[in-house]
Design a protein around this ligand. Structure first.
Ligand code: KG4
Ligand code: ZN
Length: 330
C-alpha cells in the first residue's frame, strides 16, 4: 500500500510517501519545509504567518515528495493527513489539500491524530515492538505520557500542567539570545559544557497527583540569567551559557524520566517509546536508553528527522487506520 502523508499542524510543512509492507512501513521520500527563519525574529511560532506560509509551501512539498519517490498521484492507495490538534489555520492547509486531492483522484482519505503520528514514527525502526508500551511524547506543544496497547490506541497517564518541555528549551534560547528553535542550540551548547550551573528544584504539587510542570523551570532560568551580568549576550561559546544549558537539559531529562519506572511496573510495560521534537535531545536519548536497560524494556526512539513533525509519521499511522467511508459528508 502506497500512502501520501501530510502534516502542517504547526510550523513544518511536510509530505512523505510511505509504502506499508508486511514487515512494516518503508520510507520512500520525506520533504519538509521549515519556517524557522520566518518565526525566528519573534522567538516563537506566529500562527497567522505560519498558515500563510503553509499555503505557499504545500503544493511544492507534495510534488517534490512524489517526484523523489518516483510515484505518480494515480499510483497512490491512500492519503493521510493530520486532523489535529494544532494551529487551526496551519492544519487547514494540508487538510484541505488532502481532501481535494482525494476527491479528484477518487482515493481513500484518512485523518490522523497528531500524537498517534508521533507514536507511529517509532514503527519505522521497530515495527515488531511488543505491547503494552509506555509512550513519552515531548515536543514544543506536548509533554504527555501514554499507555499504548497497540500502534493505534493511546491512554493518557500523565501530562504537563502548564508548559511543554520544548518551551523550556525555546524560552531559554530566547533569553540567552541563542536563536530559534531553542532545542537544538541548547543541546549543542550543553554538550560543550565543562560543568553544570547547578540543579533546578523540581516542582511539587499540593494535590500530590502525578504531573509535570515546566513553567517554573523557565522562571528559574530567568533568575539565574539575571544573576549573571552580561550572560544574555555572551553567546554559545561562553562557559556560563554552556553550563546553564547543561543544567536545563539535565533537569528536563531527569524530570521526564522520573515516573517511568513506576508506570512501567503499573502497566507491566514491555517497551518504551520516546518521540516528538524534544526526543532529538542527546541527553534525553542517552538517559532513556539507561532507564530502558535497567527496567528491561525494549526502547524505540525514532531517528531525529522522524521525531520532529513530519509527513512520514502521519502516513505510517494512516496506514493502520480505517479510511473515512464518507469524507464528503457535511
Ligand atoms: O515535534 P515538534 O517538531 O513540533 C511540535 O509539535 O511542537 O517539536 C518542536 C520542539 C521545539 O520546542 C524544539 O526546541 C524541540 O522540539 N527540540 C529539541 C531538540 N530538537 C528540537 N529540544 C531539545 N533538544 C533537541 N535536540
Ligand atoms: Zn508534534
Amino acid at each position: 500500500m502506497l500512502i501520501l502523508g501530510l502534516e502542517s499542524s504547526c510550523d513544518d510543512c511536510s509530505a512523505a510517501i510511505v509504502e506499508e509492507t508486511l514487515s512494516g512501513p518503508v520510507l520512500k521520500s520525506l520533504v519538509r519545509r521549515s519556517q524557522d527563519e520566518l518565526h525566528g525574529p519573534f522567538g516563537g511560532v506566529v500562527p497567522e504567518l505560519a498558515a500563510r506560509e503553509h499555503l505557499l509551501q504545500v503544493r511544492g512539498v507534495i510534488i517534490e515528495a512524489l517526484e523523489r519517490a518516483g510515484i505518480r498521484l494515480a499510483q497512490l492507495d491512500r492519503i493521510a493527513v493530520t486532523q489535529g490538534p494544532g494551529l487551526v489555520g496551519s492544519l487547514l492547509t494540508t487538510f484541505s489539500a488532502a481532501k481535494a486531492m482525494a476527491w479528484r483522484e477518487g482515493l481513500p482519505w484518512v485523518g490522523v491524530h497528531h500524537l498517534l503520528g508521533h507514536l507511529n514514527a517509532a514503527r519505522f525502526a521497530a515495527p515488531d515492538l511488543a505491547f503494552p508500551a509506555l509512550v513519552l511524547l515531548v515536543s514544543g506543544g506536548h509533554t504527555h505520557l501514554y499507555h499504548a496497547d497497540s500502534w493505534t490506541h493511546l491512554d493518557l497517564l500523565q501530562k504537563t500542567r502548564d508548559d511543554a518541555a520544548g518551551e523550556a528549551f525555546d524560552k531559554t534560547a530566547r533569553m540567552l539570545n541563542l536563536g530559534y528553535p531553542g532545542g537544538p542550540i541548547v543541546d549543542a551548547c550543553a554538550r560543550e559544557a565543562v560543568t553544570s550551573a547547578g540543579r533546578f528544584t523540581p516542582p511539587k504539587f499540593r494535590d500530590g497527583k502525578p504531573a509535570w510542570s515546566f513553567s517554573g523551570l523557565k522562571t528559574g532560568m530567568k533568575l539565574r540569567i539575571q544573576a549573571e551580568p552580561g550572560v544574555e549576550d555572551a553567546g554559545p561559546e561562553d562557559p556560563r551559557v554552556q553550563a546553564l544549558c547543561r543544567s536545563l537539559q539535565e533537569a528536563v531529562s531527569a524530570w521526564l524520566l522520573k515516573p517511568i519506572s513506576g508506570y512501567a511496573e503499573a502497566i507491566q510495560a514491555r517497551s518504551f517509546i520516546l518521540s516528538g521534537g524534544v526526543a532529538c535531545n542527546s541527553r534525553l536519548r542517552a538517559e532513556a536508553a539507561q532507564v530502558a536497560a535497567t527496567l528491561d524494556l525494549r526502547l524505540a526512539i525514532p531517528e531525529p528527522s522522524l521525531c520532529t513533525d513530519n509527513g512520514a509519521m502521519i502516513a505510517a499511522a494512516g496506514a493502520l487506520l480505517e479510511p473515512d467511508p464518507d469524507p464528503w459528508a457535511a
